[in-house]
Structures are given as C-alpha cells and as structure tokens.
Design a protein around this ligand. Sequence first.
Ligand SMILES: *Cc1c(COP(=O)(O)O)cnc(C)c1O
Length: 402
Amino acid sequence: MKNVIAELAKKHECFYLYNENCIIEHTNRLKHDFPQVEFLYSIKCNANQHVIKSVFSQGFGADAASLGEVHLAVQSGLAKNQIYYSAPGKNLLDIEQSMGRAILIADSIHEIRLINRIAKKRNLVVKIGVRINPDFTFYRDGGCSSKFGVDEKQILSFLANNDCFNIKIVGIHVHLRSQELNADILAAYYKKIFLLAERFQRANKNSLEFINMGSGIGIQYSSQDVPLDTESLGQMVNEYMNAFSVTNPETKIIIEVGRYAVGKSGVYVTTVTDRKVSYGKTYLILKNTLNGFIRPSLARLVAKYASETAPVASEPLFTCKDAFEFLTLKEESDFEKVTLVGNLCTATDVITEDIMLPHLECGDVIIITNAGSYGAVLSPMQFSSQEKPAELFMTKNGEILS
Ligand SMILES: *Cc1c(COP(=O)(O)O)cnc(C)c1O
C-alpha cells in the first residue's frame, strides 16, 4: 500500500485513497456473520461513486438520507425495493420525486399524511415504513426526546385511528446511535426492537414486511478500542430472528451500516509544504487538512477544550481523542517532536500537537487513517477556495480510478 501511496503522491498533493479489498473484507464479514440479515449501505458516510458501486455489488441495498442519495442509488442500478429513504424533514418535492423510486420511511405523522395525500392524488396505495422513536434507549427502558421518528406512543395511537387509506405501513425503522463496540449492548438493543415490532404489529393489525434495525455497529478507531465481536453478535441476532420468524416468516430483517462497510478502507494523504520553528516548536505545514479532512482537526479541538480524558462522542463529527493515526513513508528513525498544521489562514487548522514523527522535509507525505467514512463528505472544501483533494479508488485488481 505504501508504494501505491508514494506513486500517487507524486501526482497529487492531497488525496483520499479507498481500497476496494478492504470494503470487500468488511462487507463479507457482515454477510458471513449475519447470514439471514439484509444489509443496507448508508450512503451519507461516503458517496463516492466507486465506493457505493463497490458496496452495492456486494449485495447491499441503500439507506438514502436525501433525495440526492435516492438518485445516486438509482443511478448505481439498485431497484426500488432495495432503496430505503429515511430522513427527517422531507418536503413535498422530496416525496413526489422519490415515490416509485424508493421505499419511503415517514419520519413524522405529518409526513405520513403528506405521503398519503400524494398517493391519493396518484390513485395509488403506497407501501411505506415509519421511523419510530421507541420507548427504550441503547442502555435502558423508557424512551427520550428525539428529533427523529415518531414517538412509539404517538404512532401506536395513530394506528388505532388510522385514516390514511392510500398508504400501507409495512415496515418500521429504528436507529438510535452509532459506533457501539459492545456486542451485548447491541444484542440487547436488537432484542428490544423485535419486542417493539410485536407491539407495532398488534396495533397495525397486519404483519410487517420489514424491520430496519438501523446501525450502531462500530469500528476500531483508537488503538484502545476493542473491536466489535461481530461473530457472537451475529449468533445472538440469529437466535432472535429464528424466534421471531416462527410467527413472522415473511418479515425481512435489515441492518444498515455506513462506517463498518467503508470506514477502514480509506486514508487521507497530504504533503508537507513547509516546515518552521517558532519559539522552539516545530511546525509541519500540510496541504489541505482542516478543509480536506476535518475530523482530526475537530478531535484536536474537542480534546483541547474538554476537561474529561475521554470526552463523550458526538457522531459523526467526533468519535474519540486518538481516532486517527499519522503515518509517514519514512524509515522509523531520526524522530523529532512536531505539530501538524494546515495551510489555511486560521489558527484552528491544527490536526495534532507535539507528536513524535520521523524527520520530514517539504514534499514528504503524511497518511491519516480511518478516512473512509465521514471524511470527504464532511469536510468544508469550499473554505478559502483551495484545490479539492482528489478521491481515488483502488479496485480489487489494483487499478486506480478517479
Ligand atoms: C448515519 C446513519 C447510519 C450509518 O451510521 P454508521 O455509524 O456510519 O454505520 C445508519 N442509519 C441511519 C438512520 C443514519 O442516520
């Protein structure tokens, strides 16, 4: 990999590189460990055309968070019943344009009525899902306030007097959090979703065609993280599914993932453009850091202001303090203490302070890990009218696509 990066760095001062083999490894692991589950890819974490095509070619459907993502999924060749469109605040146009192209997941009672109205105008009965804010969290019973979905109590009482005759609610969607590494916590969450599905079915008086259990599946960011045991999680989910399928043999069980499919597959590569010493501190000035890949700058900002040693995550902007490694192509010798900053005209453009790295000169390369998800898509690339980093994709055959 380092040879490939060195070659590409001759042509590009900063770039993302996504490795298809790594995507295949991660998607295969999910398919292997959860043989009965259908997976969706959450496009919002990385919408690069080669990345999404690669994940879809592994048999994943799409979790679209906008009309634009519905279009991306359609253009990538997915069928209507493989695309689930779930987001708060869909407007009339979003619904009109996505109806017939994706399965709509209503995020509020207002949206249910809006979809019903459009379906009525088109003389259709449209099958939809509804996102629920359940009466539980990841960690305890009892729900909490959320901008997402419809509170469980509200949707159950809506169903009791459902007067929307041009829709049929055939699915539920729950997603409460990201980046969980504890298999027991995730399993307990999934179990509660099956119980919720039973409550829902009783109120809805027909059986569900799908249950979308959302995400939560995390990846190793810090070297302190213990990777999620997907094998034992898969076994527990399998048990719940088997029990549920006795009375609901037709219901599809869905898990959607973003970061797990692609997070580890990407690196961000940038180049030293200057080095200077100020009051005894050595700075390496790098091409497009905060604006090219914002998450290391955000992590350093949080670490600077948080008093705790392990500030609480705020996904997908901040995961944990040591979420990224800074690697070089140099021999591990001749170390010096450096601070890595970017070329923007703002003092906040710092990605890490006082770390030990091999001595680097202008033209040398820094590689930042864990850049496959929430990297390019989150970064403020318009700021300061800098050149955008290239996004390169290495196919399983070693071919580089841009
Ligand atoms: C962002 C998002 C995901 C993906 O989360 P990851 O932590 O990247 O797997 C899944 N479901 C919903 C509803 C989301 O908003």
